[in-house]
Design a protein around this ligand. Sequence first.
Ligand SMILES: [Zn+2]
Length: 145
Amino acid sequence: MGASAGRQPAFGGRTPAARATFLTFLLRSYNCRDIPSREQLLARREQLLASLPPLGDVVRGSFFVRRLRCGKSDRCRCGRGLLHRAAYLSVTFKGGATEQISVPRRLESVARAWVRNYARWWQAIEQVSAVNRELLRRRLVEPDR
Ligand SMILES: [Zn+2]
């Protein structure tokens, strides 16, 4: 094994198994038995890029909802078990620090969409990388001018 042993790329890795998985993925997306052509690879790349939401509409973190009691639970409905609902965006930074932002009900759909978009961008980056590895491997690209 090479220097990359132990790492597990999402697509088209260096191991025969990973490469076979990547090729299967490409072949399935073109519904043909041939190795994808340069044009098919470029088309796949364009298709991935065209399907992405705006890069401005992303946020790293996870969205979650908590049920809790407030400070006046002796006088409040939460004291009788009808807990309050509170939504948060939680982000962890390098070093382990975490930031939690309270998200009001009217912005929950925005926060959820931005979290989802963030994941979609990363998936697309992985998939474009897989296509680009194949382009490089088969010398199907030219240097920039
Ligand atoms: Zn309460």
